[in-house]
Write a protein that binds this ligand. Structure first.
Ligand code: UD1
Ligand code: CA
Length: 471
């Protein structure tokens, strides 16, 4: 491998003042995942695997907790005095730990989340090939406002003279359109030798890492720029609006990936599909569907408009009619849900089962071919196969203090509008008469009626009418 000797630093200590949010910027989510997690994922694709140092500072503990499981190392920038100051902390870390710094350093920004693995790979290779002290990844967006501009020796040269921040641009330089992405490669020893010469003599009073470019050039070092293939992948997220632009770009890319894998998505721009979602071929997704977090959908499913599915696994051939809300659940092959079914966490719906209109479930297991087609609440229940739950059935699982289980064995028929007061077991093949309030276990094959008898008074209505007209 050519690009040996790289380490990776991710600058993620900033507050994100322009977001006007209490949450640290790098923990804001696009495509259903924190910005920083996207950047770490990209960093992890670099081969051979490089050690990743995450520079954290603002809300350091919550940032650390959110990304700790990725196994990155952390460097603390207790006070955030600019991007140059962030890398000074990395240098101090190496000095204090006696860890040998890598020969080259790939520097990423925690708020530039769409960066593609292939671009990082190409950039590292370019940096080595050019024998550069610093390589800057750039792009030419239609509106470069707000970004630092990269000034080249000439249009055709890879060599750079300086990076000028927006606020320091002289009138003549305002036409410069090539932006600094905030992603760089450095020869580490050269970077570290110059970091301490940075000053805060600029518009923000911060140590700008970008000032290092002109400084290196003045020392006779080679600083080069490489343009990324696409503009979107190097865009930063400084405001909520910018973040939502990236979110839309990422979701569209996810939809395009799924379509390339054989999934039909009508009006993909209306759907909200998180980056890690998987969907099998020949599944059809209608407009305005949300598939969130670790949702997995099998083949030949149909998910109708206005359904929201989160952290759920759907088998093959599953039908979600309009407006289903499903979270943390498992739906087996051939099941049919909705319209307007609400499956709350822990709903395990068996093969070919039906959960219909306005049915709410929570922590239930429902067996093969069982049906609850209308207007029910089923919670803390184990329901066998071939069970029919009539419209309006309620499991009364909560006594105000404790939750109690309901067991409904295979082939049970529960008549409409039954209240099943848990704890309760209905044995195999039992029948519950419509309108029953069931408080005791029902043995297999029995019929239980839990309702008062009907009284019919013949002629009552006409008697009342004639009493009224005579009075
Ligand atoms: C920076 C660049 C700018 C470039 C743009 C690309 C500088 C001075 N400017 O500007 O040329 O066009 O990125 O997106 O570098 N951070 C720290 N510690 C700090 C300050 C920032 O770790 O003390 C981190 C932030 O968390 C962020 C990244 O560095 O992830 C960039 O900082 P930000 O303030 O967003 O820089 P920009 O103004 O966007
Ligand atoms: Ca930024």
């Amino acid at each position: 491998m050519e690009n040996t000797g790289f380490g990776i630093a991710i600058m993620a200590a900033g507050k994100g003042t322009r977001l006007k949010s209490r949450r640290p910027k790098v923990l804001h989510e696009i495509g259903g995942q924190a910005l920083l997690l996207h950047v770490i994922a990209a960093a992890k694709t670099v081969t051979p695997a490089a050690k990743i140092y995450c520079i954290i500072g603002h809300e350091a503990e919550s940032v650390r907790a959110a990304v700790e499981s990725t196994g990155v190392a952390f460097v603390l920038q207790a006070e955030q005095r600019g991007t140059g100051h962030a890398l000074q902390q990395l240098k101090a870390h190496f000095a204090a730990s006696h860890e040998t710094p890598p020969e080259n350093l790939l520097v990423l920004s925690g708020d530039v989340p769409l960066i593609k693995p292939a671009t990082l790979e190409a950039m590292c290779a370019f940096h080595l090939r050019e024998h550069a002290a610093m390589t800057i990844l750039t792009a030419e967006p239609t509106d470069p406002t707000g970004y630092g501009r990269v000034l080249r020796v000439s249009e055709t040269s890879a060599e750079v003279t300086a990076i000028v921040e927006q606020k320091s641009l002289r009138p003549k330089q305002l036409i410069a359109r090539e932006i600094n992405s905030g992603i760089y490669c450095f020869r580490t020893a050269t970077l570290f030798a110059h970091l301490d010469s940075l000053s805060t003599n600029n518009a923000h009073g911060e140590f700008y890492l970008t000032d290092i470019a002109a400084m290196l050039v003045a020392e006779g070092e080679r600083v080069v720029a490489l343009k990324a293939d696409s503009v979107d992948e190097v865009l930063g997220a400084n405001t909520i609006a910018e973040m939502m632009y990236l979110d839309a770009a990422m979701r569209l890319a996810t939809a395009q990936r799924l379509m390339s894998e054989g999934v039909t998505i009508f009006r993909p721009e209306t759907c909200v599909i998180d980056a890690q979602v998987e969907v099998g071929p020949d599944t059809v997704i209608e407009p305005y569907v949300q598939l969130l977090r670790n949702t997995k959908v099998g083949c030949d499913c149909r998910i109708a408009s206005y359904s929201v599915v989160e952290n759920t696994t759907l088998g093959n051939n599953v039908l979600l009619r309009n407006g289903c809300i499903v979270s943390e659940s498992t739906i087996a092959d051939g099941a049919k849900l909705g319209p307007y079914a609400h499956l709350r966490p822990g709903s395990d719906i068996g093969e070919g089962a039906h959960i219909g209109n306005f049915v709410e479930t929570k922590k239930i297991r429902m067996g093969k071919g069982s049906k609850a087609n209308h207007l029910s609440y089923l919670g803390d229940a184990v329901i066998g196969s071939g069970v029919n739950i009539g419209a309006g059935t309620i499991t009364c699982n909560y006594d105000g203090t404790y939750k109690h289980p309901t067991t409904i064995d295979d082939g049970v028929f529960v008549g409409s509008n039954s209240t099943l007061v848990a704890p309760l077991t209905l044995g195999d093949g039992a029948y519950i008469a419509a309108g029953s309030c069931i408080t005791e276990d029902v043995p297999a094959e029995a019929l239980a009626l839990g309702r008062s008898r009907q009284t019919t008074k013949l002629g009552w209505a006409s008697a009342r009418k004639s009493a009224k007209s005579n009075g």
